[in-house]
Design a protein. Structure first.
Length: 202
């Protein structure tokens, strides 16, 4: 459904003139904790009123670029139904309610791969879709990963755990073998951080 725009003069007072103000929000569909869809009526800074602007709420998630001591990266090869084929991905997962992103990252890495790391650095956090939301991704660089147990993962897909060099992983992105935005973002951020192109946040 396309958003409908109506002219409406409104005094925004002291609020940030660049921020859209939600006048009303209506729930369209919910399947918690996986998905919630809303329609919003929004007041624009220029006074117009937009009807039926979609808002999609998905869980925030983490993605981990984890290196073993020789520098290779822990990668999962599995079928992802969202893209419809087998893809290379990083250890990733939903942040549970009340859970800190770093704790979710450590938990997911252990559950999915059986590895644990002694060095963790945040790579940043980013909204998945600038228009509709669709959750926030939190990305981490982890080093000195060592196996300490067996994976205990409940994913529906069969998974193969691989150790891949950074160079081969970048080549895989160029060849379309890494198909998810979160994985590409985490790999790219980690590569820039490791090469000194960017400074990591504290």
């Amino acid at each position: 459904m396309a958003a409908e725009v109506t002219d409406k003069t409104q005094n925004t007072g002291e609020q940030d003139p660049a921020i859209w103000q939600v006048a009303e929000e209506r729930e369209v569909y919910t399947y918690k904790p996986w998905m919630e869809i809303y329609m919003q009526d929004i007041n624009l800074p220029d006074g117009r009123l937009i009807h039926n602007y979609g808002r999609i709420k998905l869980p925030d998630y983490i993605s981990v670029f984890a290196q073993v001591p020789d520098g290779r990266v822990i990668v999962e090869r599995q079928y992802k139904h969202g893209v419809g084929f087998v893809s290379l991905v990083l250890p990733s997962g939903m942040i549970e309610p009340g859970e800190e992103p770093i704790e979710a990252a450590k938990r997911e890495l252990m559950e999915e791969t059986g590895y644990r790391c002694d060095s963790w650095q945040p790579l940043g956090e980013f909204i998945t879709n600038g228009n509709y939301g669709c959750g926030k991704g939190h990305f981490f660089l982890a080093k000195n990963a060592v196996p300490v147990g067996e994976p205990d993962n409940n994913d529906l897909e069969d998974m193969e755990i691989l150790l891949i060099t950074v160079e081969d992983l970048l080549t895989a992105i160029a060849q379309g073998q890494v198909a998810t935005t979160g994985a590409v973002a985490a790999i790219s951020l980690a590569h820039m951080a490791l090469s000194g192109s960017i400074s990591l946040p504290e």
